[in-house]
Design a protein around this ligand. Structure first.
Ligand code: E4P
Length: 223
């Protein structure tokens, strides 16, 4: 399963590439907002830093755009700046129309704000590069996320869709594991979620036990 970072902070992304080996980025207007920069400044940074590298970056265009024409126009302008960009399009009626037209004109689409397997089915049918089921939001509203992810995987397997599933809005290591046990292609999460998922208190307790044992057998033996 590939790990993407959900962030717009360049320093955080670079750190996660080195420390975790993340294979791509997803971002949204909330992440841009916390950088204190504008959307276009962030886009410029991404082009300067990653253009030419095999490093997919899903970016969300202005979420106020309501017609498919407006979405297609904005998406085409961003996609023209770098091959890295995959455009996040919301799974609304106009969004699906825009997504279909964008895919047909060769622009990579990440169908976002996906909350049902039937939305994901349509994303696969129209040839989106990615679909993003938001599992954290689903689980907090009582949905069984393993079933949700598994339904999408089964549908994609049945029809051999090439669309990759980005399990998104991930809150903790358990949800990462749910995505991995179901066989999702990609998970996207914030840096603290990944970092916390790699550590367990028993690891530190075990290390202390081994350090003590080492000290009892080794200290003084070589003096
Ligand atoms: C994914 O592509 C989204 O950016 C992200 O996961 C949104 O969800 P959150 O902000 O609730 O985590």
């Amino acid at each position: 399963m590939k790990f993407f970072l959900d962030s717009a902070k360049l320093d955080e992304i670079k750190f996660a590439m080195d420390a975790i080996g993340i294979e791509g980025v997803t971002t949204n207007p909330k992440h841009v907002k916390v950088t204190g920069k504008t959307f276009h400044e962030i886009i410029r940074e991404f082009v300067d830093e990653f253009d030419g590298m095999p490093f997919p970056i899903s970016v969300e265009i202005n979420p106020h755009l309501s017609s498919s024409e407006e979405m297609e126009d904005a998406a085409s302008k961003i996609a023209a700046l770098s091959d890295n960009f995959c455009i996040k399009i919301p799974c609304t009626e106009q969004g699906l129309l825009a997504a279909k037209n964008l895919v047909e004109s060769g622009i990579k689409v990440n169908l976002t704000l996906v909350f049902s397997a039937s939305q994901a089915l349509q994303g696969g049918r129209i040839g989106c590069t990615y679909v993003s089921p938001f599992i954290g939001w689903q689980e907090s509203s009582g949905v069984r996320i393993s079933r949700f992810i598994n339904d999408i995987i089964m549908i994609y397997d049945n029809y051999m869709f090439n669309t990759e599933i980005i399990v998104a809005a991930v809150r903790d290591g358990r949800q990462i594991v749910e995505a991995a046990t179901m066989g999702a292609d990609i998970v996207t999460a914030g840096l603290p979620v990944y970092m916390k998922s790699f550590f367990h208190p028993f690891t530190n307790e075990g290390l202390k036990i081994f350090q003590d044992a080492w000290d009892e057998t080794e200290i003084g033996k070589w003096e």
